[in-house]
Design a protein around this ligand. Sequence first.
Ligand code: G3I
Length: 326
Amino acid sequence: MKTVESLREVAHSRGLVVGACVNADALRIDPHYAAVLSREFSSITPENALKFGPLSPQPGKYNFSDADALMAFAERHNMAVRGHVLIWHRQLPDWLTRSKPDKKELTRVLINHVRTVVGRYAGRIATWDVVNEAVAPNGRPRNSIWWRVIGPDYVRIAFEAAHEADPRALLFYNDFGIEAPPAQLDAILALLAQLRTQAPIHGIGMQMHLRLADGARVKGLTRRVTQAASLDLKVHITELDVRLPIKTQPSSSDLEEQAAIFGNIVKIGLATPQCDNVTFWGVTDRYSWIPHVFPGKGAALLFDAEYGMKPGYHAVKDVLQLGHLR
Ligand code: G3I
């Protein structure tokens, strides 16, 4: 009797990789999490294990144990790994921000960090989010330590260091805001149009942390993804979730609306030749970041907290199998 195909199997038949970000603690302690992750997804993004602060709590020292465990899991289950994230303004080690480095020192720290982390997984991590969120929602450069101390050139320096450490890796710029007013995405695309003449950059990651209202604007989202694809860069949807208002449980109408949004985003991915990876920002609502940051919101993913397949799971599968919702 043919078993029901998993998400990763139906996605594979359409030439699409469906991924999930992975919580290292959950993977260690929750066998159900590991089983659903390996059955349903064929790409993982370490949610926090490859970020500067978690990796290097002491100057010059690295603890790769969580990242290595995620890497081993991915290789055991024939899954791609999206390295996330080398240079960001958040989750930096305290020693770095406290040390108040000058331009020369911070540039040295940046290059050393990128070379150390990319070099360790050269040939194993095929895709990196090299720089994350360098453009603020108003379209101006984000006022980060990298921008303040090194200047706008930190973006190019980071991509060049990553390319030197692993010339085969595909290097992405990752950001949110595709669902926001155009200023942010316009500025991102202008940055990438210039960057691609100066440095090895291969793709744009569009996070897509959506509310129901954002997801309803399908025409706008389609237009924005097409605009990004016009740069002739790869396009990955890197952190898809759709947060719902919850008191105890989400309403069935919100779950159905969320399902339609997930289906539409996957349709956009399938219709965009440059897009070959759609990654959800988590496996199950149980470990989602959303309730910690957006009080009263949650239920943002494909599996509920008890690993039940939500309407969104079936919608994604329908679109992959039939091209439309059932
Ligand atoms: O590991 C420590 C733990 O030792 C400590 O006891 C606990 C309480 O302070 O904090 C734990 O660290 C938390 C970490 O997640 C691991 O759970 C941090 O406080 C918490 O801030 C961190 O949140 C992460 C967030 O990025 C940080 O900005 C979320 O899990 C993660 O989902 C989220 O992911 C980002 C992407 O990387 C980039 N795009 C936006 C997205 C959402 O912010």
